[in-house]
Design a protein around this ligand. Structure first.
Ligand code: SF4
Ligand code: SF4
Length: 171
């Protein structure tokens, strides 16, 4: 009986193999494929490189509350807070993140920071091309994580003032 059971198990396993042999082969033609992802395919829920979001007026949503850093199990978020002033308003609240770094050497893309954020300032984007030979380049700065400036940026005098003063251009 044991032999019959073993043969049945092998036949069952091989049936999967033979079935797959006649299915069309689907491969991702990355990095030579079309589109912005160069042929890579991923699900909407894919957790890629973070994005620091802006509100509809172009101000940064991050209010430097440090909750994301506290929730991070890898201790890879570094924030320095600063006060908004009448002359230089960066976020809609009292404070903003003057420095916001994420160390992708340590990040495990768990999403806890996204869950912890009370203002939806930090989200996972779909960026995935993080591989590098230089570990120090895996520490991403706020300027690399910030969402693109809104189309009406030029109309917002305060926002533009801040943008013009930035040392590192937005990616
Ligand atoms: S995804 Fe997880 S590990 Fe990465 S920064 Fe957020 S909380 Fe930390
Ligand atoms: S990203 Fe969100 S949780 Fe983190 S400091 Fe900014 S506002 Fe707070």
């Amino acid at each position: 009986m044991g032999i019959v059971r073993n043969i049945a198990a092998i036949a069952k396993g091989m049936s999967v193999t033979f079935r797959e042999m006649f299915n069309p082969t689907i491969v991702e033609n990355y990095p030579d494929g079309p589109g912005p992802t160069r042929g890579a395919m991923f699900q909407e829920r894919f957790r890629g490189m973070h994005v620091l979001q802006r509100d509809e007026s172009g101000l940064e949503k991050c209010v430097a509350c440090f909750l994301c850093a506290a929730a991070c199990p890898s201790n890879c978020i570094y924030i320095e807070a600063a006060e908004n002033t009448a002359e230089k308003r960066v976020s809609g609240a009292e404070r903003y993140a003057k420095v916001y770094n994420i160390d992708y050497n340590r990040c495990i893309f768990c999403g806890y920071c996204v869950e912890a954020c009370p203002t939806d300032a930090i989200t996972h984007g779909h960026g995935f091309e993080l591989a590098t030979y230089n570990a120090s380049s895996l520490i991403y700065r706020k300027e690399q994580l910030l969402a693109g400036t809104p189309a009406h940026e030029g109309a917002n005098a305060i926002f533009s003032q801040y943008e013009n003063a930035r040392l590192v251009p937005n990616k």
